[in-house]
Design a protein around this ligand. Structure first.
Ligand code: TXA
Ligand code: MG
Length: 333
């Protein structure tokens, strides 16, 4: 049975983590499904709850950097600079792992992903539990990550010991994953902390993330799986508002199925069955995206057209997620 608790009532949930149980908790990016990272049996419960393949490694969440050296083997001066600049916050860094971290957390890789969340509830929970908290996003494998309490319950009720009601997540998409284990740093998954943010701190990063479809062995193992997909079929329509409107309106005029539009910059689609607007910039688009995809399903929409504009910065991360949601069905207009 799953117990729901409020953000100011974390003692039992923290104890549960310590005892090898599973707890869903809010972070500033998306909700996470946590268990004690150094307890193999506990970590196995995460994979079972999500229905996630175990060759997809997990991020270990910490409350502060005091005990980091227990789980990682070396921290370069530039990685330290990044920690000072972005932790706590939505940046995950990949380090060479120590022998304390079981292979079940890292899918037997020699590296471990670590993140120090800025969300106050996440911080208190980890601190109170006194354990390293392995946590993927708290969605059923393949679905969009949950960013609001209701969506967490839709996926995880009955599958975990505790769910903490932390309202809405601020960022809306998962953390930036940056590999700092080698001489050159590389973005493996783009996020709210952008290439140019990182470049301001270290020149060990040489290039921004590029979305390449169909790469056989991506370095970020999770990126090869179907991701972020609602039940409805998603198409991305990429271009300026005027061109997107022209293209989508033409489809809506002839539509036979229930069709939704994820609009941008408040573009109007009078003939759609359901419209959600993603706002006027990519930070807002990121905030809205996953909640919107699930909301279209709740309104029995069969096809979603997502209006999108190619932009730098957080736009790189939104593009990565929305392209995957659409299974790379993209039209440039
Ligand atoms: O914002 C986030 O990062 C959220 C919250 C809950 O913290 N977590 C999250 O976890 O998105 P998850 O499991 O859904 O995504 C983790 C990503 C996956 O793509 C995985 O392959 C990659 O990080 N990853 C984990 N460990 C890795 C490693 N050692 N080397 C390369 N990639 C790794
Ligand atoms: Mg995930």
């Amino acid at each position: 049975m799953t117990k729901i608790v409020k953000e100011n009532d974390l003692d039992e949930a923290a104890q549960c983590l310590k005892n090898g149980g599973t707890v869903v908790f809010p972070t500033e990016t998306v909700y996470g499904l946590g268990a004690d990272a150094l307890n193999e049996k506990a970590v196995e419960k995460i994979y079972a709850a999500k229905g996630r393949p175990s060759d997809n490694p997990l991020i270990v969440h910490i409350a502060d950097t005091d005990s980091l050296s227990k789980i990682v083997r070396e921290i370069s001066p530039d990685a330290r600079k990044l920690m000072d600049a972005f932790w706590p916050g939505p940046l995950t860094m990949i380090f060479k792992k120590s022998s304390a971290v079981p292979g079940v957390v890292t899918a037997n890789l020699d590296t471990v992903a670590v993140r120090c969340p800025s969300n106050k509830t996440a911080h208190s929970l980890i601190k109170k539990s006194g354990v390293f908290v392995a946590a993927p996003s708290a969605n059923l494998s393949g679905s969009p990550s949950p960013t609001v309490f209701k969506h967490v319950c839709d996926d995880m009720m009955g599958r975990v010991d505790f769910i903490i009601d932390g309202g809405e997540c601020d960022v809306g998409i998962e953390s930036t994953v940056l590999d700092v284990s080698g001489d050159e740093f590389r973005i493996l998954r783009p996020g709210y902390v952008t290439y140019s943010d990182i470049l301001k701190i270290t020149d060990k990063i040489k290039s921004d993330y590029v979305d390449i479809k169909g790469v056989d062995t991506p370095k970020c193992p999770g990126m090869k799986y179907t991701h972020y997909s609602p039940r409805a079929e998603v198409f991305v329509v990429m271009g300026n508002s005027e061109n997107c409107k022209m293209y989508i309106d033409e489809i809506l005029a002839k539509k036979q199925k229930r069709t939704g539009v994820l609009s941008y910059k408040n573009t109007k689609y009078e003939n759609a069955d359901y419209v959600i607007d993603a706002g006027f910039d990519m930070t807002h688009y990121a905030y809205v995206l996953y909640e919107a995809l699930r909301e279209f399903d709740e309104h029995n929409i069969d096809i979603i057209y997502a209006q999108f504009e190619d932009e730098d910065g957080v736009g790189v991360a939104v593009k990565n997620r929305i392209f995957k949601s659409a299974g790379y069905k993209i039209v440039k207009v």
